[in-house]
Unconditional design. Sequence first.
Length: 235
Amino acid sequence: MTLTGEALRARALELMKAAGVNKTRAAALVPALSQSAVYKFFDGSLQTAAIEERIRELVALLERTDGAAARQPVVSIEAGRMAPRRLGKLRQRPIYDISSTRKIGQSIDYAVEHQAVVLITADYGVGKTCGIEVWRQQNADTPSVVLELDIFTDTSRMAFIARLAGLLGIQEGIQTGSQAERAYSRIIARLREEPAVLIFDQAETVKVEILHLIRQIWDRTRDYGVAVALLAGPP
């Protein structure tokens, strides 16, 4: 049976309590959602299908590992090699740093500091997605949203707007162009009220029109503190 609504929230909180996981740590374990969206889901003020799907992934992770995954050190791997240098601790949990992960973090930091757009490119398998997760855990107090782009679900501006709106907690049915325009306006308004870092993984998979739309969103929100990081592999 698929859990939804209050049943899903209660199950997630039960597993989090058993594993000693607070809401901030839970948000780090669900990199596709902003910390704000996770908080609002758990306090009952926000509920969308996109958010529930990600919370079900969190529940599955905690059930599968009996909570152990939430307590494990985060280790990044580049080209099959593990680096030995310890970076420090995040809430008593060690994090290990390697060249690619460090550079990704530095690039996102630059975007945040300058409200800029950064493009991070690297071959497949060097740890781009892992680098995002490490950065989010090290910067849990910085609001961020991660959208993993793909060639199947992000084939149009309407589909892209629908996914981004869902991750930002905007409940908007999008089936027509006018609905997409309304959702776009709400995305801009939400980001102006609650600035965040927008991180787009696998950016090499989408059409140029989606990249133009991302730039347009940033143009209208950067003065409010919004930054963008695009991570891409070979085209």
